[in-house]
Design a protein. Structure first.
Length: 365
C-alpha cells in the first residue's frame, strides 16, 4: 500500500525541466541604470559638440563686426604714421612719402582699405609693422608668450585666492575672519592696479630689496625659469589681486545663497559633516557665478595687462600695444584687438562647456 502510494505520488509530481546553462553576456555585468547612464553621457557629449559648432558659426559674424568697428575707430583717430615720421624727421623727401603712401594703401578710399584688410585677414595676413620692420603676426607672436604667462598666473592667483577667501568668509560669517576678508576684498577692489603696482615696487623692490623692480629677467639673461618666476611675482600680484577681490565677494554671496537650498538641508539631515556638505554640495554649485564672471573678464584681464606691463616694463602684448598707439602703428593695434576678441570668444565658449561639467542639470539647447 505504501509502495502504491509512493508510486502514485511520484507519478503525480510534475517533472521539472533542467535549468538552462548560464550564458555570460557583457551587458549582464552592468547595473540596470548603466545603459541609461551611458546613453545620457553620450547625448550630453553630442549636445556639447553641437553647442561648440553653433558657437563657432556665431563667432564668424561677431569677428566681422569687431573688425569693422575697430577699423572705423582707427580711421577716426587723428594722424598717421607718415605724419609722425615726418614730424620726427625720419622721412622728409616728398617722393618717399608718396611711395610709402602707395605701398601701405593709404591712397585708397576707406571702404576699399577695409575690404582689403578683411581679405588679408582671411588669408591670416595681419599686415606689416613699420615700427618693428616685420609682419604684424610675427611681432605679436614675439610678445604673446610673456602676456600669456602673466594672464595665466594672474587668473590662477585670482581664482585660488578669491574662491578660498569666499569660502572662509561664508563659513565664518559674522565673525572676525568674515570682516577681515571683506575689508581686504574692498581695499583691493577699490585700489587702482597701477597704484598697487607702484606701491608693491616701493615696498618689496626699493625698501626691502626682495624682488626686482621690473623686466622679465636679468639684463643679459641666463637666469632660467627661476629668474622669470622671480620677476613674475610683483606683476602677478598687482594684476591678480583686483580680480581676487571680485571673486571673493561673488563667492561669499553665492555660498551663502546655495547653503539655504533644499538639497543642502537634506544633506545635513542625513548627518553629513559640515565640511563634507560645504565641499561636496555647496562649493560646486556656488562656483557657477565665478565661472561666468571669469569668462566675461578675460578681455579685461588682457586690457589690464597693458597698464601692468607698462608699470613693470614687462615685454608683452600690453607694451607692444602702448608703443603702437604712440607711434601710430595701426596695423599692430588692429591685430591686437582681433587677438583680444578671439580670446573673449574662446573664453565664453569654454564657460558654456564648463557649465555642463559643474551642473549636469543645465540643459544645452
Amino acid at each position: 500500500m505504501a509502495g502504491e502510494l509512493k508510486e502514485a505520488g511520484s507519478t503525480a509530481t510534475p517533472t521539472v525541466p533542467p535549468a538552462p546553462a548560464a550564458v555570460f553576456h557583457p551587458s549582464a555585468a552592468l547595473p540596470r541604470s548603466a545603459p541609461a547612464r551611458v546613453k545620457g553621457g553620450s547625448s550630453r557629449r553630442v549636445a556639447a559638440l553641437k553647442l561648440l559648432r553653433r558657437r563657432l558659426i556665431q563667432a564668424v559674424p561677431l569677428m566681422l563686426g569687431v573688425v569693422v568697428i575697430n577699423f572705423g575707430l582707427i580711421q577716426l583717430a587723428p594722424g598717421s604714421f607718415l605724419e609722425l615720421m615726418t614730424a620726427e624727421n625720419q622721412v622728409s623727401d616728398p617722393a618717399t612719402i608718396e611711395l610709402l603712401r602707395k605701398t601701405y594703401g593709404l591712397e585708397d578710399p576707406v571702404w576699399m582699405q577695409l575690404l582689403k584688410y578683411i581679405w588679408a585677414l582671411l588669408q591670416f595676413d595681419f599686415g606689416f609693422s613699420y615700427r618693428q620692420n616685420m609682419p604684424v603676426i610675427q611681432a605679436i607672436w614675439m610678445h604673446l608668450p610673456a602676456t600669456l604667462l602673466l594672464m595665466v598666473s594672474s587668473i590662477t592667483l585670482a581664482v585660488s585666492v578669491g574662491v578660498a577667501a569666499g569660502v572662509v568668509a561664508s563659513m565664518k560669517v559674522r565673525t572676525f575672519w568674515d570682516s577681515l576678508v571683506s575689508v581686504a576684498a574692498m581695499f583691493f577692489y577699490a585700489a587702482p592696479s597701477f597704484w598697487l603696482g607702484i606701491m608693491l615696487i616701493v615696498l618689496f623692490a626699493v625698501k626691502l630689496g626682495w624682488l626686482p623692480v621690473g623686466g622679465m629677467m636679468k639684463i643679459g639673461g641666463g637666469g632660467g625659469v627661476l629668474d622669470i618666476l622671480h620677476h613674475l611675482i610683483l606683476p602677478t600680484l598687482a594684476l591678480g589681486l583686483f580680480y581676487a577681490a571680485t571673486y571673493t565677494r561673488v563667492m561669499r554671496s553665492s555660498m551663502l545663497e546655495v547653503a539655504q537650498a533644499d538639497f543642502v538641508r537634506t544633506a545635513r539631515a542625513k548627518g553629513l559633516s559640515r565640511n563634507k556638505v560645504t565641499i561636496n554640495h555647496v562649493l560646486r554649485n556656488a562656483l557657477l557665478p565665478v565661472v561666468t564672471i571669469l569668462g566675461v573678464q578675460m578681455g579685461t584681464v588682457l586690457a589690464g595687462s597693458v597698464v601692468i606691463e607698462s608699470v613693470f616694463s614687462w615685454p608683452g602684448i600690453g607694451s607692444l600695444l602702448f608703443d603702437s598707439v604712440s607711434s601710430r602703428n595701426y596695423p599692430v593695434v588692429l591685430g591686437i584687438m582681433v587677438l583680444g576678441s578671439l580670446v573673449v570668444i574662446a573664453a565664453n565658449i569654454t564657460v558654456d562647456l564648463v557649465y555642463m561639467w559643474l551642473d549636469p542639470r543645465i540643459e544645452i539647447r
